[in-house]
Design a protein around this ligand. Structure first.
Ligand code: SF4
Length: 562
């Protein structure tokens, strides 16, 4: 027999007017439609069935403002004496904000939301035992979906200490037993740690357990983020909130004339997904990711790849051009930069200055792609102190012999030592994640498993990428063709821009020979190029199933890898 727990429950939010949950500009007091972001979120939570309390934690000095924003609702404001830091999971999530999980180290959207010992103590004092964690920017969270999530949790309370669904970020939340939250706070971990693959104790993925509420497929596959926590998403939320308000108004009028219709749970979420899809048909003003090559010094990649042949073919980018590019991006606060391209960025003398310049221009995430040979000494210390998130090291082997065979040089031990030394220091400071990469190809198959398990254990993240034949431009050494049978529009065209050291913007990172040039940032702004007729035309062709107008796209087998 299934018994529902009658434990006291609360939705818990942490609201800070100075910063968002992601650490970007705070937007809880901004008006969306005719209501402030935080107020809108709380009003949606008030409709959750079975929820006893709504607690809004905030810095103690902000209590008057937060109280004003929650006036007329049934939320209780609790000022906190101690500072609540931005979740350390955010650094791992920056390139995956639109998925419920998929960040480095299998981090999830739930890990973005902070809990502290002070919050747990207050919740215990209020005798709350079941907690729904919600971002204050969740302006379109679905109350019916949350009601079902809470009911599902209550039915499984004895066996599962948390309950979640795989919906797109912002449409639902995660329900915890408070004893689990307390345990996580004590060990300094987030719930994503329970969903991670651990080589020493492999377990079935929890998405197949009772702790997962099954929801409609469209709620899980929507490739967007439904939170008003960045300038880009705020623009989308304006449109969605307006449409939902209108639909709710129409529903109310309908209910007055008809008998009240019971909406199915996930109803609002489905509506939000529909509106978002229409909204995102138009190209956003700026790309979400920019790959930038700052030099073409030789980077040690597998010999088949073009990096060796391109060594020295372009002058290094100067800091003035780099600054112009990052300044061009200042309208959005969620842009992630990958510094790499076909060169070795650690060999650029202005790398540290460029990182500082990018951060001061408001760039959200920074990843550096390197062969790892120079990740040592003073430069390593400078990088540790710099505000970067990820260093991707293209190691590609788990033995010195394979490394020599793939790269033609004997640097395996040096690079491994650099990764281990850097990671030990970075972990102690809770900063940068080093991510060793390996290309999956016939030659690396025998070492793939040991490579992955070794680096997952040491670094908490490792990436295996399929071999790329650079859209038919080099010999194919892939184990097999991984492209799905039915093709769809390449997401890179609407997500990522590739800029080479001389300012050339080519169609994507496959275009090492600049066969399909779109523009040049020395003469045009990033926005003008991103929304240029040429690029829009290519996007339209992809959307209608035409791929051959660009020679590379026609032959590409990497189109399904965003
Ligand atoms: S289809 Fe291939 S070549 Fe074309 S933009 Fe996408 S990744 Fe690049």
């Amino acid at each position: 027999m299934i018994c529902e727990t009658d434990k006291k429950s609360a939705a818990v939010l942490y609201a800070d007017q100075n910063r968002s949950t992601l650490g970007t500009q705070g937007r809880i007091a901004q008006i969306l439609g005719d209501t402030a972001v935080l107020t809108r979120t709380i009003k949606r939570l008030e409709a959750v069935v079975g929820l006893n309390d709504i607690l809004v934690f905030c810095p103690s000095e902000q209590e008057p403002l937060i109280t004003e924003l929650t006036e007329g609702t049934r939320a209780t404001v609790c000022g906190l004496a101690q500072e609540v830091p931005v979740s350390k999971a955010i650094r791992k999530r920056k390139w995956s904000l639109r998925g419920w999980r998929g960040g480095l180290g299998a981090s999830t959207q739930f890990d973005e939301l902070p809990f502290t010992a002070e919050m747990v103590q207050i919740l215990q004092e209020r005798q709350i035992e079941v907690v729904i964690s919600i971002a204050p920017e969740a302006v379109v969270v679905d109350p019916k979906l949350l009601s079902e999530l809470l009911a599902h949790h209550k039915r499984n309370d004895e066996t599962m200490r948390f309950t979640f669904s795989q919906t797109a970020p912002g449409l639902a939340g995660c329900v915890y037993r408070l004893d689990l939250v307390n345990n996580l706070v004590q060990v300094g971990e987030a719930v994503g740690a329970l969903l991670t693959y651990k080589p020493e104790s492999p377990e079935q993925d929890l998405v197949n357990h009772e702790c997962t509420l099954r929801v409609a497929q469209e709620l899980c596959t929507s490739p967007y983020r439904y939170l008003a926590d960045t300038a880009r998403e705020m623009e989308a939320m304006e449109a969605i909130a307006k449409a939902l308000d209108q639909m709710e108004h129409d529903d109310q009028e309908q209910d007055e004339t008809d008998t009240a219709t019971e909406g199915s749970w996930g109803h609002d979420a489905c509506r939000a997904i529909e509106v978002m899809a229409q909204e995102k048909e138009a190209t956003e003003r700026l790309p979400r990711e920019i790959d930038i090559e700052i030099n073409t010094e030789r980077s040690l990649r597998i010999v088949d790849y073009p990096h060796s042949q391109l060594a020295g073919t372009r002058e290094a980018m100067d800091i003035e051009l780099f600054s112009k590019i990052v300044d061009d991006c200042s309208a959005y606060d969620d842009i992630c930069l990958t510094i790499g391209g076909f060169g070795e960025p650690l060999a650029h003398r202005d790398l540290i200055g460029m990182i500082e310049r990018a951060k001061s221009a408001g760039i959200f995430g920074i990843n550096i792609e390197t062969d790892g040979r120079l990740l040592e000494g003073e430069l390593a210390e400078q990088l540790l102190a710099a505000d970067i998130d990820v260093i991707s090291v293209h190691l590609d082997a788990d033995s010195a012999a394979l490394y020599q065979q793939l790269k033609g040089e004997n640097c395996f031990e040096r690079v491994v030592n650099n990764i281990e030394t850097f990671t030990a220091k970075a972990k102690a400071e809770g900063k940068i994640t080093i991510v060793p990469h390996m290309v999956k190809m016939r030659a690396t198959m025998a070492e793939m498993e040991s490579f992955y398990d070794r680096w997952i254990t040491i670094c908490g993240a490792a990436v295996l990428t399929g071999f790329s034949d650079y859209a038919g431009q080099i010999a194919d050494k892939a184990v097999m063709d991984m492209s799905p049978p039915n093709r769809w529009a390449c997401e890179r065209l609407s997500k990522r821009m590739t800029i080479l050291a001389d300012g050339t913007v080519c169609v994507c990172d496959q275009d090492f020979a600049c066969k399909h040039v779109i523009g040049n940032v020395t003469q045009q702004s990033v926005e003008d190029i991103w929304r240029s007729k040429q690029w829009e035309q290519l996007r339209k062709e992809h959307a209608s199933g035409v791929y051959s107008s660009c020679e590379l796209c026609g032959k590409c087998r990497d189109w399904h890898r965003a």
